[in-house]
Design a binder for this molecule. Structure first.
Ligand code: URA
Length: 488
């Protein structure tokens, strides 16, 4: 019975509509070939079901699907591939008979849907990175307007990111399919637009150009990689790309100057192997990456994104090599870190340092930071007792870690413990189940998970401590080997 059911979806990314219909169809045992998925406003499928085909059956009892499937479906449904609804439905049917079907990465269906989801996440990452607002005056108020052309239907999915990041601005993002508007309190949606609807250059561009020139690191220029990250299609929207030819032209000379400067510093017995925040050379007064990092840290020192700043002594920002191959993320500063203003310098830091050494990792060549940058505690007499940050605090602080990772771009990011994993993956990740193997981070980087060093401190008996410590060091060794393999 080809084309016996026609499902009308409200939008190309209508996950709820797809889920409700898919559940009911799956319960009724309808095969994927007997369904046509129509999206409102899109060309109807001429070869699918006739217009009078039956709607999906009314929903029966629903069955549980793994949480990972929901995440996969929410991402894949935003892909522009017309087959996505049917593919997801086929996988849903598989899950109905085998709850572990998603674990079979060799299954072409799982593989294809994973690829769709990955492409959507990559598109989202580009949107985060390449949306450029122009300042306009409208009805006596300032508004920021950006034009962006995503490859997939990601605009609604990513609206929350821009709301969080630019909560205090009034802004609009115009795209060919839909426009979204934020007035400081409410998000609204309008029809698609054209590039002509978006304003051209304005003073904001000058700020961007200055910022971009200051973070442009000549030693990192890889033109092919740059074009891959920043497809030409986006260049027209990005004021800083006007600077690229001249920055590229000067890059070789500046890189040579950087090498010369760093060599002369090494000759003068600088203790560390890699550029660090303290000593990144700044040829020609550029300062580039180190300057951008220092500005970011400066901003973080005044952070009031959640209430934790009120009781903590100071923001404890990350530190280490800005060209680190491994970025470690802890939970939050402890009592001693809060006083010193540096991560992992207390008892957990001692455990961490010793384990790193045993695993053959030079801490000074890594970057170490925390998911939450302020110490959360309750006062008991003279003692300040650590309290784990909650989901809201982790989420408020994610802004900083995203910026740190964006600047450093480490090949590997390692979550030390559950809070860090939650911050990096945006969801709860069981440590036992996920440790010791690579995972894709939502933004496309490679993430690893292991225990937090203070977990070892809390273990009551010596034997358990020894055993867990060995596992921790083994995880770190695997991470070192992976970092070396990626660099080879
Ligand atoms: N625990 C952490 O997670 N981070 C620190 O910096 C110190 C202790």
């Amino acid at each position: 019975m080809i084309g016996a059911h026609r499902v009308a979806l409200a939008a190309p990314d209508d996950f709820d509509g797809w889920r409700d219909a898919a559940r009911a169809l799956a319960e009724a045992g309808v095969p994927p070939t007997a369904i046509v998925w129509d999206v409102a406003g899109a060309e109807p499928d001429l070869f699918g079901a006739p217009a009078e085909a039956a709607p999906p059956p009314a929903g029966g009892a629903s069955f549980a699907v793994p949480r990972d499937f929901i995440a996969l479906a929410k991402a894949a449904i935003c892909h522009s591939d017309a087959e996505r609804f049917a593919l997801l439905y086929a996988l849903l049917l598989k899950l109905r008979s085998n709850r572990r079907a998603l674990e079979d990465r060799a299954d072409p269906l799982v593989d294809r849907l994973e690829r769709l989801a990955k492409e959507v996440r990559r598109d989202a990452h580009k949107m985060h990175a390449f949306v450029r607002f122009r300042e306009v005056e409208a009805d006596g108020e300032t508004r920021f307007v950006a034009w962006f052309e995503p490859d997939h239907h990601i605009v609604r999915r990513e609206a929350g990111f821009f709301v969080r990041r630019f909560a205090n601005m009034r802004w609009s993002i115009l795209t060919p399919e839909v426009s979204i508007h934020w007035d400081g309190a409410t998000l609204s949606e309008g029809p698609g637009a054209t590039r002509r609807d978006a304003p051209d250059g304005d003073p904001v561009e000058e700020t961007w150009k200055t910022y971009y020139a200051s973070i442009f690191n000549p030693a990192r220029v890889k033109v092919k990689a740059m074009l891959k990250e920043m497809p030409k299609k986006y260049w027209a929207n990005m004021p800083e790309t006007a600077l690229v030819p001249s920055l590229l032209a000067g890059a070789q000379a500046r890189e040579a100057a950087m090498i010369a400067t760093s060599r002369s510093q090494e000759e003068s017995a600088m203790p560390r192997r890699t550029p660090t925040p303290d000593r990144v050379p700044s040829p020609g007064g550029g300062g580039n990456l180190a300057a951008a990092w220092a500005a970011l840290k400066q901003d973080a020192l005044g952070c009031t994104r959640c209430h934790l700043y009120k009781c903590a002594t100071q923001t404890v920002f990350g530190e280490g090599a800005l060209d680190a191959r491994i970025l470690f993320v802890g939970e939050q500063p402890g009592d001693q870190e809060d006083l010193a203003g540096r991560p992992f310098v207390g008892p957990a830091g001692e455990v961490f340092n010793a384990a790193l050494e045993e695993a053959g990792i030079d801490r000074s060549a890594t970057y170490v930071t925390n998911a939450v940058k302020h110490f959360k505690f309750v006062q008991r007499g003279k003692r300040r007792i650590h309290q784990s940050p909650d989901a809201g605090e982790i989420s408020a602080c994610r802004w900083w870690i995203e910026q740190e990772r964006e600047l450093i771009r480490p090949p590997l990011t390692v979550a030390l413990g559950a809070t860090a994993a939650r911050s990096l993956f945006g969801k709860i990740m069981a440590i036992g189940k996920n440790r010791g193997v690579p995972h894709s981070l939502p933004d496309g980087g490679e993430g690893w998970i292991t225990v937090h060093p203070s977990f070892l401190l809390r273990l009551p008996d010596e034997a358990a401590r020894r055993d867990e410590r060995r596992k921790f060091v083994d995880d770190l060794k695997r991470i070192r080997e992976r970092a070396e393999a990626l660099a080879a």
